[in-house]
Design a protein around this ligand. Structure first.
Ligand code: C2E
Ligand code: MG
Ligand code: MG
Ligand code: MG
Length: 292
């Protein structure tokens, strides 16, 4: 007889799952060393303005470049770092690197665009994240306008009152606060009503069903419309095809991000030249070892 073992989420325990658990355990055992050896690196992904298709910012995304496993995805290690209450160490490290990269660009005379950084809801509990961010900015003399804070919608759902206070504090201090992954999981329009977000990042889930599901297109158009009426800017995540781009442009989505315009990559791979903001800019090909 075959013994079938299921995990907590009722998934059949397969070899794949085995590998995931092995990787998870590896992450648990090695994150201290990863900090020490500086295995964490900031990757940047372009955000473009829909109408002009020009870069209007970047999102900073964490990668763990491991000598044994290659590139370890944040989908694995963020959750682990949250569970051991050390996520703020990574996020502060990321913000420090982002500020350092911004300083290099400013000093080199490049026209710099703002960078969005992802915060975990635990960052607000584990430390005074705003003063940590202010410290990083002071260290490299970076104005707050160049850092945008992303908070996922699920984080807000998990602790509305508590997080609401922090979001307000950041906005009162002059930071732009963006809602990440809107429409994934248990979204609530109340979140758009109760908190003042500058930008809502629309989850890529709707775009993944773009061709096959007319309902997804209707929902996308409705979200963009509603956000506009509420005075919130919109950015669509996960744009991969010209058809998706054309549709989003047509419904009035203001900003976009996705593989169509460029995959996340380390700062060293960006071609720094006068016209590097155009989509014709040469891309480093990550496909061979990218984790997605
Ligand atoms: P996110 O903030 O929603 O970031 C967008 C994710 O979508 C990134 O995954 C990005 O690589 C991926 N993506 C971008 N364009 C496309 C596309 O066209 N198609 C597809 N299929 N995917 C696309 P990534 O880098 O694996 O990050 C996953 C999540 O991990 C992020 O989702 C964010 O919530 C979290 N994360 C990443 N870096 C950090 C960090 O430094 N701190 C914290 N707290 N969380 C982070
Ligand atoms: Mg994000
Ligand atoms: Mg997102
Ligand atoms: Mg996401």
């Amino acid at each position: 007889d075959i013994i079938r073992v299921y995990d907590r989420d009722n998934n059949l325990y397969t070899e794949e799952l085995d590998k995931r658990n092995e990787l998870r355990q590896y992450v648990i055992d090695n994150f201290e060393n990863a900090f020490k050896q500086r295995y964490f690196q900031v990757y940047y992904q372009k955000e473009i303005r829909a109408v002009t298709r020009k870069v209007c910012g970047y999102e900073a995304l964490a990668r763990w470049l491991d000598p044994q496993y290659g590139i370890i995805s944040p989908a694995v290690f963020i959750e682990v770092l949250e569970s051991v209450h050390l996520i703020h160490r990574l996020d502060i490290y990321m913000i420090d690197q982002v500020c350092s990269d911004l300083r290099d660009d400013i000093d080199s005379g490049y026209e710099v665009e703002p960078i969005s950084v992802n915060l975990s809801r635990l960052d607000f509990e584990l430390c005074d994240i705003m003063s940590e961010i202010d410290k990083c900015r002071a260290k490299y003399d970076i104005p707050k306008e160049l850092l945008h804070i992303e908070v996922t919608e699920s984080a807000i759902a998990a602790g509305a009152d508590f997080l609401g206070k922090h979001i307000k504090k950041f906005r009162d201090a002059g930071y732009e606060v963006w809602m990440d992954d809107f429409g994934a999981g248990y979204s609530s329009f109340n979140n758009l009503k109760d908190y003042d977000f500058d930008v809502v990042k629309i989850d890529m889930g709707f775009l993944r069903e773009f061709e096959t599901n007319q309902k997804s297109r209707i929902i996308l158009a409705s979200i963009v419309n509603m956000a506009k009426e509420l005075g919130i800017h919109t950015l669509a995540e996960g744009v991969e095809t010209e058809e998706q781009y054309e549709f989003l442009l047509k419904i009035g989505c203001e900003k976009m991000q996705g593989y169509l315009f460029g995959k996340p990559k380390p700062v060293s791979e960006f071609v720094r030249s006068a016209d590097c903001s155009s989509e014709n800019c040469e891309e480093f090909d990550f496909s061979s070892y990218y984790d997605d």
